[in-house]
Design a protein around this ligand. Structure first.
Ligand SMILES: C[S@@+](CC[C@H](N)C(=O)[O-])C[C@H]1O[C@@H](n2cnc3c(N)ncnc32)[C@H](O)[C@@H]1O
Length: 228
């Protein structure tokens, strides 16, 4: 059974508290990783760039501020998240678009870069989404993906696991009044691809020059690749 209708409902429900929860849960680090995403995506010049699963719009807005000539599209399938994005960045010339990452309403070779934050963990078939992103990227264009990563089993592992298992759901209850949504975050992180496996999936989906960097005690990964 597909988990995606439930994911969409969940983001529609937490949209109004999403940003505050992000800042608290990541101890204010989340914008630093998004800046790294925008930097790694490179300069699209005056071309089109897509921030998929844009949510409340942070990566799209950073892209717009960093590269003013670029034409930025922010796409997401949760209408409430898009509504928040529009409200927060009403002064910016971003094109907000309701769309599903599995089946993008754009022709092939449309974008100079495609970014997405915390998307792949939420879809049924990450390979399918990566192939769809590959289709809409122009040759030489870059994909950059930010997501959580299952923590490595090192000395810090028991503490990181405690934070994911108990800390995040409690914060979710207190801040977003939705413990279940943030327990889902913990579960989907633990079940997600390891960083090395995700890099292999990028390569299997047709991307070259694939690489990744980890942040936050190895629990956050940024992956990138290029369409040849
Ligand atoms: C955790 S939020 C991330 C938002 C934003 N990228 C950020 O950096 O904060 C995940 C977003 O992915 C969107 N999403 C999940 N599956 C999707 C799909 N199949 N197509 C489009 N958007 C999707 C959700 O609606 C949600 O807004």
């Amino acid at each position: 059974m597909s988990k995606e209708p439930g994911v969409r409902k969940m983001f529609d429900a937490i949209a109004h508290r999403y940003d505050l929860m992000n800042r608290v849960m990541t101890m204010g680090q989340d914008q630093r990783w998004r800046k790294f995403v925008v930097k790694t995506a490179g300069d699209p010049g005056n071309g089109w760039t897509l921030d998929l699963a844009t949510g409340t719009g942070d990566i799209a807005a950073l892209m717009c501020a960093t590269h003013p000539p670029a034409k930025v599209v922010g796409g997401d399938f949760s209408l409430n998240m898009l509504k928040e994005a529009k409200r927060r960045f009403s002064g910016q010339k971003i094109v907000w678009h309701a769309c599903d990452a599995n089946c993008l309403p754009f022709s092939e070779d449309s974008f100079s870069s495609v970014t997405f934050g915390y998307l792949l963990r939420n879809v049924d078939d990450a390979g399918r989404v990566l192939r769809e992103v590959h289709r809409v990227l122009r040759p030489g264009g870059r994909v950059v993906c930010l997501d959580t990563t299952p923590p490595a089993r090192n000395l810090l592992y028991p503490f990181v696991r405690l934070y994911f298992r108990y800390g995040i759901p409690v914060l979710g209850k207190l801040i977003a009044d939705d413990e279940a949504a943030y327990s889902y975050l913990t579960g989907s992180t633990m079940d997600f691809y390891k960083a090395e496996e995700l890099a292999d999936l990028f390569a299997a989906s047709g991307f070259t020059k694939v690489g990744f960097k980890k942040f936050m005690f190895g629990t956050i990964g940024v992956h990138w690749g290029e369409k040849p």
